[in-house]
Design a protein around this ligand. Sequence first.
Ligand SMILES: [Zn+2]
Length: 493
Amino acid sequence: MRQLTRIIRNTALLAVAAIVVLAGVLLLNAFTHGSRQIQVSAVPRVPIDQQAAAARLSEAIPFKTISNFLNPEQDAEALHGLQAHIAKSFPAFHAAAKREVVGGYSLLYTWEGSDAKALPIALLAHQDVVPIAPGTEKDWQQPPFDGAISEGFIWGRGSWDDKGNLYSMLEAAEQMAGSGFRPKRTIYFAFGHDEEVAGQRGAKAIAATLASRGVRLDFVLDEGLLITDGIVKGLDKPAALIGVAEKGYATLVLTAHATPGHSSMPPRDTAIGMMSAALARLEDHRLPMQIRGTVSEMFATLAPEMSGFNRVVLSNLWLFKPLLLREFEKSGPTEATVRTTTALTIFNAGDKDNVLPGNAAATVNFRLIPGDTQASVTDHVRSTVNNGRISVEPFPGNTDPPPVTGTSSQSFRTLNRTIREIFPDVVVAPGLMVAATDSRHYAEIADNIFRFSPVRANSDDLKRFHGTNERLSIDGYADMIRFYRRLIENTAG
Ligand SMILES: [Zn+2]
């Protein structure tokens, strides 16, 4: 009996000791990793004529540059109008830079640098916008294509995505060119006209033009991740995420082949039945969630800036990874950062109630996290479906995730520093861009690709992106101009 008591006591002591050690390890991991934020001194805030700048951007909104994949000429007139407005609005820049039209409607400006040996850089934005979802026009507080200025905001489709970036880049360049600045290295301003429909005619053509001239870019900066406030759990400060990685895109068409026939004597395997089973299996066996590469670097960068339990969790992924992933799986946006997503988007089969169709077809769209490829996803689909009578074919235009940009380069550090100079209250971290941008077309000619928009957004703002009541604050717009100006100074001054 006494021996049993001793065993129980020793076991209890051991358990307590294990808990103490574990707590010690967790806290040690959480609180010994210092901040990775670079220290910068504040720069003087350049004066901006906010009202005049806002007015110019607001005048760009009424040009309905809604791109259409099947009908590229649909917005030709609007693009011409927008381009005339751009030329009129920024005369000093137009005097300093060479302007070319590429791919019919895309714009490529070359602001020649004084040092021919320095690698050029490229600032990207797009002229086109997405349409207004039918039926939502009445929900807009200001008409979507009026370009109203009200309550401290510029309202309308494109004010944020992406005419805001395009015009603020040019405002910065105009100011600088007007005061006699000449860049040391060449700066390209590349403005595609069909980003919202894959950029095949615009960005792709510009990148091909530069490649044909033997241009090699130090970096490309395109629209992308934002400065989000109150969105990263456990982080009190706003987070500026620089997209150093982007997901790939793969659409696969599955076709089930069966014998067509009369519905009075159905066989065991019908086209619709086989396809339904295959799609159910694909949804049940989604690709695994992973924390690796950019996403794990993002966590490691954000963790030291956090407080409380979230900091302990993010600093101890060796233990809490399953918990974190379960949490991430609960919402679409967070799940998309840790997994190659599976989305069933089109289903077609049958056209008569008493006839068995000879085939059934379904389209499945995957967004690939870096590390996955079109080939690996196709293998996953074939082995999951596991049915020789179902063929799997890729859609044209699929792309693997572009190469991940490293965070140890000089240009990453310069971009990081510039963000903290203009937005001193934010935490900067690398991040994964879940949507596709024009920048992927530059992968062949750029050493570094960054996807970042110097725009502050909270969760209410995020709904406006491609949505209803898109708008941009005038104060925020002035900071965007300051940001691009400072970036040009820091990289080409
Ligand atoms: Zn955009």
